[in-house]
Design a protein around this ligand. Sequence first.
Ligand SMILES: Nc1ncnc2c1ncn2[C@@H]1O[C@H](COP(=O)(O)OP(=O)(O)OP(=O)(O)O)[C@@H](O)[C@H]1O
Length: 290
Amino acid sequence: MAELTENVSEKAPETAAKASQAAEAAAPASGTAAKGAATTPGERVPTVIVDNLHIVYKVYGKPSDAQKGNAANALLRILRRQGRPEMKEVHAVRGVTFVAYHGDAIGIIGRNGSGKSTLLRAIAGLLPPHKGAVYTRGQPSLLGVNAALMKELTGERNIVLGCYAMGMTPAEVRAKYDEIVDFSGIGEFVNFPMSTYSSGMGARLRFAISSAKTHEVLLIDEALATGDREFRRKSQERIRQMREAAGTVFLVAHNLDVIEETCNRVIWLHKGKIRMEGDPKEVIKAYNKA
Ligand SMILES: Nc1ncnc2c1ncn2[C@@H]1O[C@H](COP(=O)(O)OP(=O)(O)OP(=O)(O)O)[C@@H](O)[C@H]1O
């Protein structure tokens, strides 16, 4: 399926082939279906295919005093062809597989360290798969990263740059500017550098910028947790609109009420694996019992 771009581990070409077949199976009329232009009602168009995904971090532990970084030790390691001392691997995502479709809002829940943020970053293409593959339709947008905001610039400059970074034209930016400022609720702070903002104000501005454009796939990591009640309500409404515009939204949040109110599917991650997936009410009920 040509329109799905792939982020595939070189170690698993056979997995990539399987996922391609899955994509074909999910959207048989791939040419038109994947463009979203000629989909028949009821047809489900896949936007993200995650196939047996494994993500491994390499972490350098604390070196012993004898190994501490100095030029002599570094030279000895090179001569002995040794790596850096105490390298450990953290296997954060362990064989995750699912397909997301247009119009899905998928909540990802799980205890601390279960791999939620890692999974989002992998879907955004920011972490290479150790094994397996991620196929996405278009470039997914991870809230706050794609619109790379700069603390020393004013909110106004960041809105303009953030919108350009998302591929909007100057005319589109002008048309959306007031709406972004209104939505963020930062008021006159828009004229001050972002370094003067509280973390909540920064998060609200990032959400306002990122959601000013309709994304094929939008990934949101806890952004709603920082806003107040009113902002939460507005963001939920905005996410609903984005779903209706046939986008796909992924939402990581510890607040299960937000997930239940906003999402139509929930994935429960436990120690890097999918423990349960499906209807928000059922999954959250099982998660609360565990
Ligand atoms: N940059 C990193 N380098 C090394 N290990 C990491 C890195 N980021 C995360 N990890 C490890 O990967 C595992 C999964 O972390 P991740 O942040 O994805 O979990 P999470 O479910 O989002 O957690 P939380 O709910 O606390 O935000 C954890 O064991 C964590 O320590």
